[in-house]
Design a protein around this ligand. Structure first.
Ligand SMILES: Cc1cn([C@H]2C[C@H](O)[C@@H](COP(=O)(O)OP(=O)(O)OP(=O)(O)O)O2)c(=O)[nH]c1=O
Length: 210
């Protein structure tokens, strides 16, 4: 049997893992990278997403350095940033933050930037940043309140998750849906395949279980 190339997902996000698995990519290991995610002064949202994705991949690779089993692995990380104009919305941990985000997003368009960064077994790093534009319906006070009660906003960039209840707020999306959820699948697969990770969609029988 030939050795399957290994993939490490530098993430604690179950959504990112589920997206990879959706196309039959099963990481050998999950190595979440805890880094400071604060934007620096005047940082643009796309630049922030890119900087953090790059840093997460590097941090995970560093953590795995002494692991012989992961010596020849590809490392993959991503970061998602939601912005209204140049204003970067937080990853919401409190009801107050989430309320502010939802009120800001109500009835208007915003942008979601997701950057995906990969480090090859030889140490080459490649990164792609994807932009999606999302328009929300006007949210009434009761709608905001019931969404807050769902807790789906917790830990999500911009205070919502398109893959859940907030999918019903989306009037229009231009760009990659999987990028909004947290991992742009087209770009991720292109990056990995472009650097020699043999991806035969079907290699791991992605249709199993559907
Ligand atoms: C906008 C949006 C964000 N999100 C999530 C994706 C990310 O998990 C999160 C943005 O935070 P990130 O900092 O990108 O990721 P994370 O800290 O959750 O995970 P990691 O360990 O990979 O760093 O928001 C959704 O799940 N759905 C959405 O619609």
């Amino acid at each position: 049997m030939t050795d399957r190339p290994k993939l490490v997902l530098a993430s604690a996000s179950p959504r990112r893992l589920a997206l990879l698995e959706q196309v039959g990519l099963r990481p050998e290991a999950l190595i979440p990278a805890t880094i400071d995610e604060e934007p620096v002064r005047f940082e643009r949202p796309n630049a922030l997403a890119e900087r953090l994705a790059v840093e997460k991949a590097k941090t995970a690779r560093h953590i795995a350095e002494s692991d012989e089993n992961l010596k020849d692995a590809f490392f993959l990380a991503a970061d998602t940033v939601v912005a209204v104009g140049r204003r970067i919305l937080p990853k919401t941990d409190t009801i107050e933050d989430a309320t502010e985000c939802l009120e800001l997003l109500s009835g208007r368009s915003h942008r979601v930037f997701t950057s995906v960064s990969m480090i090859t077994p030889t140490g080459k790093q490649r990164t792609r940043t994807v932009e999606a534009r999302v328009r929300f319906k006007h949210l009434s006070r009761p709608e905001v309140e019931s969404y807050l009660a769902s807790h789906e906003w917790r830990g999500k960039a911009g205070g919502y998750a398109i893959q859940g209840i907030a999918g019903a707020f989306v009037v229009r999306i231009v760009g990659s849906y999987t990028a909004v959820v947290g991992l742009p699948l087209y770009e991720t697969v292109s990056l990995l395949a472009g650097e020699g990770l043999p991806i035969h969609l079907g290699w791991l029988n992605p249709l199993d279980g559907i």
